[in-house]
Ligand binder design. Structure first.
Ligand code: NAD
Ligand code: DAU
Length: 337
């Protein structure tokens, strides 16, 4: 049986993708290769441990010997999600971002090229395009203009995948997706932080004036798009993925508080993120037209589903919010929060 390696499969999007891929690719083994950083959590995959077509390998994408273990089988392709993913952490310390996101991508590309795999889907982000004014959307030809150490490291990794295609005819595709929300998202990100703090009647930190705009997409729709690109994406191509669902942060926060029956007095304005990108919006017409993908979920239904999941799983987010997370939270927001 052929293997599909999913890197970062113990994280938020990766764990949703591992589940979806096991269902979708019924004649493939799904190899989850993950370093288990603070953001990687095998609880996200509880129940799959004994699945005959699932395998977990602990390792670092930036370590060639670890990566060689992941490539030991008959590898058909790779979906590469492993990365340091939080903008605020990259502002505190960029070095893990450079190691995992930039070096890690090159180590993986080298191993994948030697193995002559059929497809490599590099999961990137709309943040590589920088920030928009009030009008317009990012297309695949928008110039890269990353503004944070995180997005700069992702832009660097995108260029390495592009270079592998141009130099070696390597079968790499790049996807650039907007903000995801859904079950198993680490509560350093806005949506799970908002829901879990609201459930505990704790303050909701909103950066700056709360008018920054993000284009929200349900994680299952992102995973469906990634599998479509894996199966049908053309090597060397970039595909934007987005939900056509722009919301100001404050609107999102107020919507969730209303759905949870919690008061707006929980909203607490805090110091803005340095270099905070004002607006992201994705033009996803290429993947809609060429690969026949579109989001299957409406925002109102999927945010309800997401809220229900966090309400049903306090042990999951309480455990995640202990330990290393507490130290990070104090550093980011101060003791007052
Ligand atoms: P996450 O932080 O929840 O998960 C990242 C996973 O990667 C974790 O399981 C972690 O242990 C693993 N990892 C980190 N460094 C590693 C290394 N050196 N070697 C092996 N594994 C390592 O991230 P996420 O939100 O699920 O994002 C996944 C990918 O999707 C990232 O590449 C991110 O840039 C991209 N992306 C995320 C979003 C979003 O809204 N969350 C949107 C667009 C793109
Ligand atoms: O656009 C895709 C990107 O989306 C991904 O590449 C990143 O991996 C992912 O983390 C996400 O980046 P953002 O910085 O947009 O997401 P975050 O959830 O950190 O913040 C969303 C918005 O909410 C942003 O404008 C900052 C704001 N925010 C965030 C936090 C954590 C707050 O106002 N308060 C907060 O406490």
């Amino acid at each position: 049986m052929k293997d599909i390696i999913i890197t970062g499969g113990a994280g938020f999007i990766g764990s949703n993708l591992v589940r979806a891929a096991i269902e979708h690719f019924t004649d493939r083994r799904i190899v989850n290769f993950d370093k288990l950083t603070y953001a990687g959590n095998l609880e996200n995959l509880a129940g799959l441990e004994k699945h005959p077509r699932y395998c977990f390998i602990k390792g670092d994408v930036a370590e060639p010997e670890d990566v060689a273990r992941a490539f030991a089988g008959d590898v058909e392709g790779v979906m590469h999600l492993a990365a340091e993913s939080h903008v605020d952490r990259s502002i505190h310390d960029a070095s893990p971002f450079i190691k995992s996101n930039v070096l890690g991508t090159q180590v993986l590309l080298d191993a994948a090229r030697l193995k002559k795999i059929h497809k490599f889907v590099h999961v990137s982000t709309d943040e590589v395009y920088g920030s928009l004014g009030t009008n317009g959307k990012f297309t695949e030809t928008t110039p890269l203009a990353a503004n944070s150490p995180y997005s700069a490291s992702k832009a660097g990794s995108d260029l390495l995948v592009r270079a592998a295609f141009h130099t070696h005819k390597f079968p790499g595709c790049i996807t650039r997706c907007s903000n995801n929300y859904g079950p198993y998202q680490f509560p350093e990100k806005l949506v799970p932080l908002l829901i879990s703090n609201a459930l505990e009647n704790k303050p909701i930190p909103v950066y700056g004036d709360g008018k920054n705009v993000r284009d929200w997409l349900f994680v299952e729709d992102h995973c469906a798009a990634l599998m479509r690109v894996y199966e049908s994406g053309a090597p060397g191509e970039v595909y934007n993925i987005g939900g056509d669902n722009e919301l100001e942060n404050l609107t999102l926060v107020r919507t969730v508080l209303r759905m949870l029956g919690r008061p707006e007095s929980l909203i607490t304005f805090v110091k803005d993120r340095p270099g905070h990108d004002r607006r992201y919006a994705i033009d996803a017409s290429k993947i809609r037209r060429e690969l026949n993908w579109e989001p299957a979920h409406k925002f109102e239904d999927a945010i309800r589903k997401t809220i229900d999941w966090y309400q049903a799983n306090p042990p999951w987010w309480r455990r995640v919010k202990s330990g290393e997370y507490r130290e990070y939270y104090e550093k980011q927001y101060g003791r007052a929060m």
